[in-house]
Design a protein around this ligand. Structure first.
Ligand code: FNR
Length: 341
């Protein structure tokens, strides 16, 4: 059941990639062009750091999969691409491994193919402290992601319907797991209030993972005979809106959800993200062109991000927050409604 679900997620996420209009709310964020702002390319660095974590580049392959033979092969290829391009990589949810340890290799391959890379394990907020530790141990993970996915669970036929214990359980895992904990959404976004609550629970960073790319309510509806939760399609806040909402909360934020190109990466960094992740788009590249295509895509993005920083006068990704931005359309109304300057 669980292995079949993992294969379904990949298939339906790829159908969504083909159906997506390509537009999202990052289009409402633009840089004011200053023709004399440029600096020299040798002065530009892509290095980023947050929560005691240092990465050579502010980009990562975000959580996706594992748990079936097919998704184990995908994890192997994603891990090789992460190794070859030098970016961090997250596992998909490891609850399939807790239920059936015989699928351990479909996750462990992330570390086997990428022994020196930065690897994140991934669990949900119902995981016991022991299971969170098992997930970290299996991957010798450098950090743990905990995903929040109430809209997905609600649309999922076999999904969870009890969410009240999630906050306290996150606190217990943070206190015990021994590696930095990053709490993430799966494409519906984290609000300011949620990021504040996560800060108060002691988590080390929040991955806002907003609307605009992969839509899990739509994926789960695709797995039902009747798509009776279709009203949840498009639920939540866009990644750009989440970034604006979470300014100055005092918790480092990462951005994912609908990141399409190096300009979106620069926009997210300029809105305060310390690093930027992609899942569905990178998976599509891998499935269509294999490991070489994904390595080429990631290295091109990094090269073009450095080019944008050079043009915009940002020596580091963090310096992009000093750029002048124009916020337009519905995103501007969102800021007015939420009292964001
Ligand atoms: C995901 N995502 C995800 N997230 C998570 O925390 N645990 C998981 O197991 C999965 N599984 C998963 C499978 C597939 C096939 C995709 C495409 C995505 C969600 C992912 O990490 C990310 O938050 C969203 O996909 C939004 O980013 P993109 O896809 O718009 O770049």
């Amino acid at each position: 059941m669980s292995a079949q679900r993992k294969d379904d997620h990949v298939r339906l996420a790829m159908e969504q990639q083909h159906a997506h209009s390509g537009r999202n709310q990052f289009d409402e964020v633009s840089f004011v062009h200053h023709a004399l702002a440029g600096i020299d390319r040798p002065d530009v660095s892509l290095a980023t750091s947050f929560a005691g974590i240092s990465w050579r580049a502010p980009l990562y392959i975000n959580a996706m999969t594992g748990g079936s033979a097919k998704t184990g092969a995908i994890n192997r290829d994603l891990a090789i691409a992460a190794r070859e391009s030098g970016v961090a990589i997250a596992s998909g949810s490891m609850h399939a491994y807790f239920r059936d340890p015989s699928c351990a290799d479909t996750f462990r391959v992330l570390r086997r193919e990428n022994p020196d890379g930065f690897v994140l394990a991934n669990v949900n907020a119902t995981a016991s402290v022991d299971d969170a530790r098992r997930a970290v141990d299996l991957l010798r993970a450098d950090a743990l992601q905990i995903h929040l996915n109430t809209a997905q669970e609600t649309a999922m036929p076999e999904g969870d319907r009890s969410f009240g214990s999630w906050g306290p359980q996150i606190g217990k895992i943070v206190a015990a797991v021994g590696v930095p904990v990053i709490v993430k959404e799966v494409g519906n976004g984290l609000s300011r209030q949620t990021v504040q609550a996560l800060r108060d629970l002691g988590v080390q960073a929040a991955d806002l993972s907003g609307r605009g790319g992969t839509d899990f309510a739509r994926i789960e509806n695709g797995r039902r005979e009747l798509a009776d939760y279709a009203f949840l399609h498009g639920w939540g806040q866009s990644t750009a809106a989440c970034l604006l909402d979470a300014q100055d909360v005092g918790l480092p934020v990462l951005a994912s959800g609908g990141v399409r190109d190096p300009l979106d990466v620069a926009r997210a960094l300029a809105l305060g993200a310390r690093a930027v992740g992609s899942s569905g788009g990178f998976l599509r590249t891998l499935l269509e062109g294999g490991v070489p295509a994904l390595v080429a895509r990631i290295t091109t993005w990094l090269d073009q991000l450095a080019a944008l920083q050079t043009m915009l006068g940002a020596r580091t990704p963090a310096d992009l927050v000093h750029c002048d931005l124009l916020i337009q359309g519905a995103l501007r109304s969102f800021c007015a409604d939420r009292g964001i300057d």
